[in-house]
Ligand binder design. Structure first.
Ligand SMILES: [Zn+2]
Length: 171
């Protein structure tokens, strides 16, 4: 927005737009931008550096994300580096509202937002993971298996509509 930086802004915007086309390897309906795992994007002449925040320490998807980001941005600069960064901590609060909607639409329960002013989180102990059924919206759900298909996800069962569903673990 500052005139001195005008030339840098469109490039950075184009990079973020390109990053928005990179999807989580485990959940293709959500982009890595909506998932909130893109920490910082540094643009220097001839070089782009992207910091990727791991959603879960040791989550194997992080390496795949870095490789996908480098592939995606290769046209923007001769040198593109995507690296895992621990400078910032990823929490499920980083998932954008659009990302939460996409998760719900594809049958994933978004992580229970911490401190979202819908009243529910105030009533429940923050230590108990409450998953809302993405199919019928019921909160009458039970954790069926803490270890879903990947380390980041857990399987829940809805008592209301009898559907099993997956939820991102709330970190
Ligand atoms: Zn349900």
């Amino acid at each position: 927005m500052v005139s001195a930086a005008i030339s840098a802004i469109p490039l950075e915007q184009a990079i973020w737009a390109a990053l928005d086309e990179v999807h989580d390897p485990e959940i293709p309906t959500i982009s890595i931008v909506d998932l909130g795992v893109v920490g910082t994007v540094e643009v220097a002449p001839g070089r782009i550096r992207v910091a990727i925040l791991p959603t879960f320490v040791g989550c194997p998807a992080v390496d795949l994300m870095c490789a996908a980001v480098e592939d995606q941005l290769r046209g923007f600069a001769p040198q593109v580096q995507a690296r895992v960064s621990f400078a910032e901590t990823w929490t499920s609060d980083r998932i954008t509202p659009r990302g939460r909607r996409h998760l719900r639409e594809s049958g994933f329960a978004p992580p229970t937002p911490l401190g979202e002013p819908d009243g529910r989180s105030d009533l429940m102990s923050p230590l108990l993971p409450v998953a809302q059924c993405p199919y019928c919206g019921s909160a009458d759900t039970t954790l069926a298996n803490a270890f879903g298909p990947t380390l980041c996800r857990a399987i829940y069962h809805c008592a209301e509509c009898q559907q099993p569903f997956e939820q991102f673990k709330t970190i």
